[in-house]
Design a protein around this ligand. Structure first.
Ligand code: SF4
Ligand code: SF4
Length: 102
């Protein structure tokens, strides 16, 4: 795990199936602040230039206006059906989210 001034560096996790719709970002901002404001979301979707695939960053600490992920799983409810398992696996790895624990 990399660290920066004692904080964990957010890592981009490349996905196989993500289609880049960014519904997860909108859902997350609504979960935190009842606003549609992706810039504050704990989840960030990034297109990888090299592969053309989408990568996901889960912010686990408050930083640069983003709110730390609390592992609520709300973003999964708004993710494309075929991608939900992949997103759930990323959340399980990065946060306190536990599949089936809702
Ligand atoms: S699990 Fe994390 S990224 Fe997903 S909606 Fe909840 S706080 Fe946001
Ligand atoms: S993780 Fe799901 S909701 Fe988020 S951009 Fe990818 S397909 Fe869309």
């Amino acid at each position: 795990m990399q660290s920066y001034r004692g904080k964990r560096m957010p890592e981009i996790i490349e996905t196989v199936k993500c289609v880049g719709c960014r519904s997860c970002e909108v859902a997350c901002s609504f979960h935190h602040k009842q606003l549609f404001w992706p810039a504050i979301s704990s989840i960030e979707v990034k297109r990888r230039e090299k592969t053309g695939r989408f990568g996901i960053v889960i912010h686990t600490q408050d930083e640069k206006g983003r709110i730390a992920c609390d592992g609520c799983g709300f973003c999964i409810d708004f993710c494309t059906n075929e991608v939900r398992d992949e997103l759930a696996a990323i959340l399980e790895k990065e946060t306190s989210y536990r599949k089936g624990a809702k």
